[in-house]
Design a protein around this ligand. Sequence first.
Ligand SMILES: [Fe+2]
Ligand SMILES: [Fe+2]
Length: 279
Amino acid sequence: MSHEAQSHTPPDLRIESRNLKFQASDRAVRWWHGGDPIATAFFNALSALFPQGERFFIDSVKRYRTLAHPKLEKQIATFITQEALHTREHLAFNRLASERGYDLSEIDRFLTKRISFARSRPEREQLAATIALEHFTAILAHELLRDPRYLDGVPTEIQQLWRWHAIEEIEHKGVAFDTFLAATKDISGLRRWFIRSYVMVITTILFFHEVGYGVSRFFRQDGINTPKTWLRFLHYLLVRPGMLRRVIASYFTYYRPGFHPWHVDDRPLISMYEPQLAL
Ligand SMILES: [Fe+2]
Ligand SMILES: [Fe+2]
């Protein structure tokens, strides 16, 4: 387990925050995802989670800033700026959902409770929950960029928002993880592996519950919260386009001793999409 403590962040990695401002066009209708209430609910539910979730990530990483070496400290600063800008833009996106008739207050209240539970846990566990969720965002971001079909039928400015977010999630995917390595450098590799693994198990259950809760609120407000809709939703996640099925293998790599997010270097996906961002 000695390699459990090693960072594999590329030495030449560049992380930068891009000040994207999301502007909705008239095409942003209620079911903005190609007229499909299922896909729309999935992305809306994720977006509803981000503002509170990302503030939690920022706080759990920030308190370990002083333990980081200077390069990591700089990366933490950029990580904070990136997550703060994601929050700002997803709040704008969520306001648009409200304008189109959805009430997000129940989801917000549910999340506030969840996050205050998370904040009641020891600080090291909060950081472990952050690296678990950052693994989710990194593998989902990778998948979203890998296959452009996930955003087929989506208005360009909304595609831009999600691709911008995905690019930056990939860029900073090692920052919280390296902070966790610094924060746990005095404990054994076995213990570190154990902490991040059991926290990942709990975080996975809570994350699925949160997404499921969010999606159910959108289905309910669309008057389609029926078993048939949920079957279609499962089909959407697992069969076509099957985003969840396609990230399962990457998800499980997290449990390998010595795992590091940068064992997968997905910077080519960033280079592919970055020139298309209208900033
Ligand atoms: Fe983010
Ligand atoms: Fe992130």
